[in-house]
Write a protein that binds this ligand. Structure first.
Ligand code: GMT
Length: 372
């Protein structure tokens, strides 16, 4: 199959998922064409079945806002025609679904049919998409897609609540390459981070408001009173400065490191003991699943799709948004009880296997086949 994948190329979950999907499809022999404004961060090494097409938006003095969507639709048309693309799979509705609709309509005038599959990832519906600046276009272009998928039951439900969706939404959960994340820890690396064998707590996100990273700092401040530990913040974003300033105010900077955006996240997860995700909403929580694949129990909020992956009292614990005390006491319950921790680690790995790449990617292939 020749598949066009349109996504954000950045560290965000939707771009990561789309890139990992493209790589997995290419490994299975499909020809995958990524169409985006920058090489996706997780694309990595050369693969003969993967092609990357950059969308360029020419500058012009009139353009206060460079028309990316128009450039994207035009690039889609060009790539589809010149590479005999069978199907277009767009990730994150804005503006990918509406650009795909435009490309589809242009191609119809050339007697060429291109099925469009739109995968909804979360904030494209629940936060940005529902804003009235975008809502009519988002609803229309989703409905015009030949198939719609959502990354969790929760997101499917939310989409149907927010918009009048005329088609079934296929739930295809996010996935993880369990083999990649089941890495042995590098002892020397662990010693650098935790020289006195402290526990290592992790958080990974894009540091947007919705992630409530200050809650992670507050929880950690309580954890370190009950268990010697270090906190690693992975990623970067608008709330990082605020979190750093809170570490300073609480005088706990020596135990916290901000390691920034990381390509080889599996190396860091390999040395982790506990993962904390304090989000106000999370359609799925791919970072939590990746942590679980590395055998790390998860302390998370109980919102969105998180209860679909993190099982209360088995793979971790779930608390109400903002309930710092509850999250800290659950964290300490694990960090101070090695036997319990070992059981939770095993459970987390086993649970992650249910979302292994080899189980989920065939679901996308089956969907594609319906349109070919
Ligand atoms: O918020 C993020 O982490 C980025 C965002 C994105 O679209 O890149 O993530 C969304 O999609 C991920 C992949 O499907 C999901 O795992 C995240 O839960 C979702 N984020 C939110 O719903 C806030």
């Amino acid at each position: 199959m020749r598949i066009g994948i349109v996504c954000y190329p950045t560290f965000g979950g939707s771009g990561v998922l789309a890139t990992e999907l493209g790589k997995a499809l290419a490994d299975k022999g499909h020809l995958v064409h990524f169409i985006t404004y920058q090489q996706p961060v997780r694309l990595g090494e050369f693969n003969a079945n993967i092609f990357y097409h950059e969308v360029r938006v020419p500058t012009y003095p009139l353009f206060d806002f460079p028309p990316y969507e128009t450039a994207l639709a035009s690039t889609m048309v060009d790539i589809i025609v010149n590479n005999q693309i069978d199907l277009l799979h767009v990730h994150y509705a804005i503006p990918h679904a509406s650009a795909a609709y435009m490309a589809k309509k242009i191609l119809e005038t050339q007697n060429r049919k291109i099925p469009v599959i739109t995968t909804l990832h979360g904030t494209d519906i629940t936060l940005v998409g529902r804003d009235k600046t975008f809502a009519p276009v988002v609803a229309f272009s989703i409905n015009q897609s030949d198939a719609i998928t959502a990354v969790s039951e929760n997101l499917s439900g939310e989409t149907n609540k927010i918009f009048r969706i005329e088609k079934d939404i296929h739930v295809i959960h996010n996935f993880v390459d369990v083999a990649r994340f089941s890495k042995k820890p590098i002892d020397a690396f662990r010693r650098v981070i935790a020289p006195n064998n402290e526990k290592i707590i992790l958080h990974a996100s894009n540091f947007r408001k919705i992630k409530r990273v200050n809650d992670v700092v507050k929880i950690f401040a309580r954890i370190r009173q009950g268990a010697p530990s270090k906190l690693l913040f992975i990623g970067d974003g608008p709330e990082r400065a605020e979190a750093e300033s809170m570490c300073r105010d609480l005088h706990i900077c020596d135990d916290i490191r901000f390691v920034g955006k990381q390509d080889q996240i599996e190396e860091i997860f390999a040395i982790g003991d506990l993962f904390i995700l304090t989000s106000e909403y999370e359609s799925f929580g791919l970072a939590a699943l990746e942590a679980m694949a590395a055998g790390i129990p998860v302390i998370s909020t109980n919102v969105g799709g998180l209860p679909e992956i993190n099982i209360q009292g088995e793979t971790g614990f779930l608390s109400n948004v903002g309930d710092i005390d509850d999250m800290a006491s659950h964290a300490l319950e694990l960090l101070t009880n090695d036997e319990k921790m070992a059981i939770f680690k095993a459970n987390a790995s086993a649970r992650a296997s249910e979302f292994d790449i080899h189980r989920i990617v065939p679901q996308y292939e089956a969907l594609y086949n319906q349109f070919l």
